[in-house]
Ligand binder design. Structure first.
Ligand SMILES: Cc1cc2nc3c(=O)[nH]c(=O)nc-3n(C[C@H](O)[C@H](O)[C@H](O)COP(=O)(O)OP(=O)(O)OC[C@H]3O[C@@H](n4cnc5c(N)ncnc54)[C@H](O)[C@@H]3O)c2cc1C
Length: 374
């Protein structure tokens, strides 16, 4: 479907330079559009830097169209790694998942069967096989079923953002970092004209992309749009270690663990997230995460906590992405999503194409901003 007549944008303001803004801006820039990246902080230092960063569709089975979008997200990452090179951001080492709860184990194996019937790559192994073939440093019962998803991956979000923005800037994109968008101006016909920045400057633009992550609702408010978002904070801890004892991302009982480069490991747990609103101190949350991780990887007992951060997930109220044009405000687009690490490259490609061609991709049909009434 085409939305109205399309003229080439004069200048696109990408508001927020996490994985979503960087992906949209990079795609626009490589197709010749004039882009200005704007971030109140520095590129890639928002939630993108405080994510478990697992690239997957196995956790997205609730709605088939959302699963398909995430599968497309995985493919878009592989394509991006071929285009810009994988160095320092793309780790296609698969994902392991097992549990110590019998009911959860039944569910895990049922999901594995469903995924296999959808042609998703799944292998069910035993703990003993995993230790022998993949992860010798893990402690797990030898007979426990472990699901291995060989096509899944993890991403170093900050490095990927740096790479995308670096390439876009090298081919002419502008940037304004350390300054917030505090107003968006529209013309008499309601279309986008300007963005005002907190440093007092004002930029002429005819398109804005709201990729402000957890602050997207606030940015939408600048054009009097109501974008309802859920509050779902998560705690992530970085552990410094002399040698990283794990080779891939994993969901172990009570803890998620992944490597984070050559001397660091990232930890996260939904169970620990549930303590955030009880007022628990982030230092204590980090200590609890470290404690759980040591039960699975005893070597992590010798490591130290480098930093713990509580970050808000950028989740529209119904849990699904909000991506595309808002027809009542010509020139205004949204790129707001949880699972943004998985979805960044595919959303970037689809949204840039929509901005440049006016054609709406069917893959985004269930995730359009218009589903939230004014
Ligand atoms: C604990 C946790 C675990 C997660 N695990 C996963 C996972 O395993 N897999 C997965 O796919 N996803 C995961 N996610 C979600 C994923 O991290 C996010 O969906 C993704 O990083 C969002 O990227 P973004 O670019 O939208 O936001 P951000 O990275 O936050 O970027 C938004 C940027 O906007 C800027 N900004 C905000 N307001 C303004 C303004 N007014 N003017 C200018 N700039 C502004 C901010 O400074 C920021 O840099 C997780 C999230 C959390 C919190």
């Amino acid at each position: 479907m085409r939305i109205g007549s399309v003229k080439r944008p004069e200048r696109v303001a990408v508001i927020g330079v996490g994985i979503l803004g960087a992906s949209v801006g990079w795609n626009l820039s490589r197709h010749g559009a004039k882009v200005v990246f704007i971030d109140v902080g520095q590129p890639g230092e928002g939630v993108t830097n405080w994510s478990f960063s697992w690239v997957n569709a196995s956790n997205k089975t609730a709605r088939k169209s959302y699963f398909d979008l995430n599968v497309a997200g995985m493919a878009a990452h592989r394509e991006l790694a071929r285009t810009i090179g994988p160095d320092s951001w793309w780790y296609a080492s698969g994902h392991l998942r097992w549990t110590d709860d019998p009911a959860a184990e039944v569910k895990l194996l049922e999901t594995a069967e469903l995924l296999a019937s959808w042609d998703y790559q799944v292998e069910v192994c035993t703990g003993a096989e995993v230790r022998r073939r993949l992860e010798p440093a893990l402690t797990m019962p030898g007979e426990v079923p472990v699901v291995f998803y060989p096509d899944e991956a993890w991403v170093h979000g900050r490095h990927l953002v740096g790479r995308l923005v670096g390439q876009a800037v090298a081919s002419g994109a502008e940037h304004r970092y350390g300054t917030a968008v505090c107003d968006i101006g529209t013309g008499a016909d309601g279309s986008i004209r300007t963005v005002a920045l907190s440093d007092g400057s004002c930029l002429d633009v005819d398109i804005v992309v709201n990729a402000a992550g957890p602050s997207a609702s606030h940015v939408a408010g600048l054009i009097a749009r109501h974008l309802p978002m859920r509050r779902e904070p998560g705690a992530v801890t970085r552990i410094g270690c002399a040698q990283v004892p794990v080779h891939r991302a994993m969901h172990a009982p009570h803890i998620e663990i992944r490597p984070d480069g050559d001397s660091s490991v990232v930890l996260h747990s939904r169970e620990i997230d549930a303590l955030i609103d009880t007022g628990e101190d982030p230092t204590e949350l980090g200590r609890l995460l470290h404690e759980s991780a040591r039960h699975v990887v005893p070597e992590l007992g010798n490591s130290r906590i480098a930093q713990t951060r509580v970050a808000d997930r950028p989740i529209p109220a119904d849990g699904f992405p909000s991506v595309g044009a808002v027809p009542s405000v010509p020139g205004y687009y949204e790129a707001v999503s949880h699972s943004g690490i998985t979805l960044g490259p595919v959303i970037g490609r689809l949204l840039a194409s929509e901005i440049l061609s006016g054609k709406r991709d069917e893959m985004l049909a269930d995730f359009r901003p218009e589903r939230f009434p004014p």
